[in-house]
Design a binder for this molecule. Structure first.
Ligand SMILES: Cc1cc2nc3c(=O)[nH]c(=O)nc-3n(C[C@H](O)[C@H](O)[C@H](O)COP(=O)(O)OP(=O)(O)OC[C@H]3O[C@@H](n4cnc5c(N)ncnc54)[C@H](O)[C@@H]3O)c2cc1C
Length: 630
């Protein structure tokens, strides 16, 4: 009876909350899960959320994403401190656990649903020329919607941060914080000094790979690259992805860092709570609390020690500006009292973009064709043996870090990451990928519809160190009105050139013997806006990269860390906001430059290190200075 009730509730959640009713196999999947994995369904497993918050806390954390959840865990280790974690979204659910279904979460109620302003330089294949900036609005933040790829970046990223004047952020300083979180389940990797077991965050290999995963590795070797651990000594080369997964299901930060501490009574978590402003004393310039809306009511809560903004690289600068910290002329236009003129807030926005549509058709039926895979058999495999196609991260199987001619070839700092997928845009017949990426009907119809449901693989070349920078501006002083998002992608010609070379290398990968074995051939229908240009020329590719420009959702750097001498720096190396006491930013916003790879692991590291910086400031001298715990 309990199982039946749980299944019915789960189906209701899946259909009403995130609109998954269209997957016919869903009820069966959920029933199998409930039967074999009651623990995953058990609502008692979830972090406990309070209905009402108290009047005051020691620390208030805004946002429970990849950084915020870590901070909530680490600060509440100190039993004498009382912590409040405020999150605009709701709990995760059973569907957010299933790796293959993550695209269904885009544009659902678990996504803020941001769209960029139309700009002519990129996303020309998208509806209204707007890029979809998917962002988690749920306990666990974007770690609940992401594709779980675990990449730490390159040691040079952090050494560059330090060289800018951010003492304590060099690679040797941050490596212990990557290790602190990690529970590496691959026994071979766990043995090397770059990995560790025993942390809260489970990192594992995919339980399921298609034959294409290994073929991609072989293709990389044929192109002259090594197969290596991309989170180890060197980065240039090919590898199967490592994922933040646990036994074939998503290991979000809520699962990793909040569930195990659900009984800590000094941590209060309030969900469906939208913070609208940081309260700052105008005279002393000290942050003393926040204002928020819950159940349609406005509330205030105060902090004895600090307010910590971990609302992510879009919402953190938005909140700073609403609170009077930002470019003064811009704030004045909206009649916002300027407390700190901080010109860097919302600027320096960096993201990783990839080129979509580099699709290869193949002959054997070995790729992830959606309607072939989501069936009773795969549902049972997922539920009983924790593997099978449902554990695939939407086909992302292999990484390739390569250097184009624009990177220093003798250095190990690649400028392109191939995301090699055993599926591609039209393998689901235009149902999910098209919707998630926001591709226009006309573009899809002309380019992809002719190969709906065909066996295919994709090479998504992602540019790692963009020079084009976007910005976030207020649209209104009403905190519930979304800000203006300008991506400015490809406004620096260098970025077009790097991506073009990335596409050429992707085409070359399809020509390797390893891929030709499957009859690989490039899908040739030209991009509609570029068909006047001769194919395979630089002019054609330069046009092509501006069409299906795909954000990889790594917005960052919008409240950057830097020394006081840098007028655009928003926080110092302790992540304290310049010009205000009692306020820190700890999330993807603080990166001065985006890291060389997918950024979830670096943001978790920032959460770990940020929590330690707080402890170092507030705990007595006798408290251990090295808090990495390893
Ligand atoms: C679809 C998708 C796929 C991705 N895939 C990968 C991947 O495979 N690998 C990888 O490394 N990275 C990936 N990323 C990126 C990575 O997940 C994010 O960069 C990272 O989670 C950002 O962490 P954060 O703490 O800065 O922000 P978030 O995790 O976004 O957390 C911010 C939290 O703050 C809450 N919040 C915001 N405003 C308010 C407010 N006013 N009041 C209360 N709460 C608020 C939000 O609801 C959210 O929960 C992906 C991201 C997305 C969206």
């Amino acid at each position: 009876m309990v199982v039946v009730t749980v299944v019915l509730t789960a189906i209701k959640t899946a259909t009403i909350l995130i609109g998954l009713g269209k997957i016919a196999v869903l009820p069966f999947l959920l029933a199998s899960l409930a039967y074999y994995h009651y623990d995953l369904f058990d609502p008692e497993n979830r972090p406990i959320a309070v209905d009402k918050v108290d009047a005051t806390y020691d620390f208030i954390i805004v946002g429970s994403g990849s950084a915020g959840s870590v901070i909530a865990n680490r600060l509440s280790e100190i039993s004498g401190w009382k912590i409040l974690l405020l999150e605009a979204g709701d709990h995760e659910n059973e569907i957010t656990d299933v790796p293959l279904l993550s695209l269904y979460l885009h544009k659902s109620r678990l996504d803020w649903g941001y769209l960029t302003e139309p700009q002519p330089t990129a996303c020309q294949a998208m509806k209204g020329q707007r890029c979809s900036w998917t962002r988690g609005k749920v306990l666990g933040g974007s770690s609940v919607l992401n594709t779980m790829i675990y990449i730490r970046g390159n040691r040079r990223d952090f050494d560059r941060w330090e060289a800018l004047g951010n003492h304590g952020w060099g690679y040797k300083d941050v490596l212990p914080y990557f290790l602190k979180s990690q529970d590496q389940r691959n026994p071979y990797l766990a043995k090397n000094k770059y990995h560790r077991t025993g942390g809260y965050l489970t990192v594992q290999d995919s339980p399921y790979n298609t034959p294409l995963a290994v073929a991609f590795l072989e293709a990389g070797q044929e192109m002259g690259y090594d197969i290596l651990d991309v989170n180890g000594e060197h980065q240039t080369g090919f590898a199967l992805f490592q994922y933040t997964m646990r036994r074939g299901t998503r290991c979000s930060v809520a699962k990793a860092f909040l569930r195990p501490i659900r009984y800590r009574d000094n941590l209060h978590i309030s969900i469906l709570t939208h913070v609208t402003k940081v309260l700052i004393d105008k005279r002393t310039k000290r942050a003393y609390g926040v204002e928020f809306i819950k159940n349609g009511q406005k509330y205030k809560v105060t902090a004895r020690k600090e307010v910590i903004l971990s609302a992510g690289a879009i919402n953190t600068p938005h909140l700073l500006m609403l609170s009077g910290i930002g470019p003064s002329e811009h704030l004045k236009k909206f009649d916002i009292d300027v407390l700190v003129d901080a010109p860097g807030v919302g600027k320096n926005l960096q993201d990783h973009i990839a080129v979509g549509g580099v699709t290869f058709l193949i002959d054997p039926p070995i790729s992830l064709v959606f309607n072939r895979l989501v069936n009773l058999n795969t549902a049972l495999r997922y539920a009983i043996t924790e593997d099978g196609p449902l554990t695939s991260n939407v086909g992302l199987e292999t990484a390739g870090f390569i250097s184009t001619k624009y990177a220093n070839q003798s250095d190990d700092w690649p400028d392109i990451e191939f995301m090699l997928t055993s599926t591609s845009t039209s393998a689901d017949g235009g149902q999910q990928v098209k919707r998630a990426h926001g591709i226009s009907d006309e573009y899809y119809r002309e380019v992809f519809e002719p190969i709906n449901y065909r066996d295919q693989f994709g090479v998504f070349p992602m540019m790692l160190r963009p020079l084009s920078k976007g910005e976030i501006l207020l649209r209104s002083k009403d905190p519930l009105v979304y800000p203006l998002l300008y991506h400015n992608y490809l406004t620096n010609y260098h970025d077009i050139a790097v991506l073009r070379e990335g596409v050429k290398a992707a085409v070359a990968l399809g020509e390797t013997t390893a891929m030709k074995r499957f009859g690989a051939r490039l899908h040739q229908i030209p991009a509609p806006n570029c068909k006047h240009l001769p194919p395979y020329t630089d002019e054609y590719w330069d046009c092509f990269v501006k069409q299906y420009t795909l954000s990889i959702y790594h917005y960052s750097c919008t409240a950057k860390m830097g020394p006081r001498s840098d007028p655009m720096a928003v926080v110092d190396a302790s992540l304290k906001v310049y010009g205000v006491d009692g306020l820190r930013v700890i999330d993807a916003s603080i990166m001065p430059y985006i890291t060389n790879g997918n950024i979830n692991a670096p943001v978790i590291m920032i959460g770990e290190k940020g929590a330690d910086l707080i402890k170092q400031d507030w705990l007595s001298e006798s408290y251990p200075r090295n808090l990495t715990g390893i």
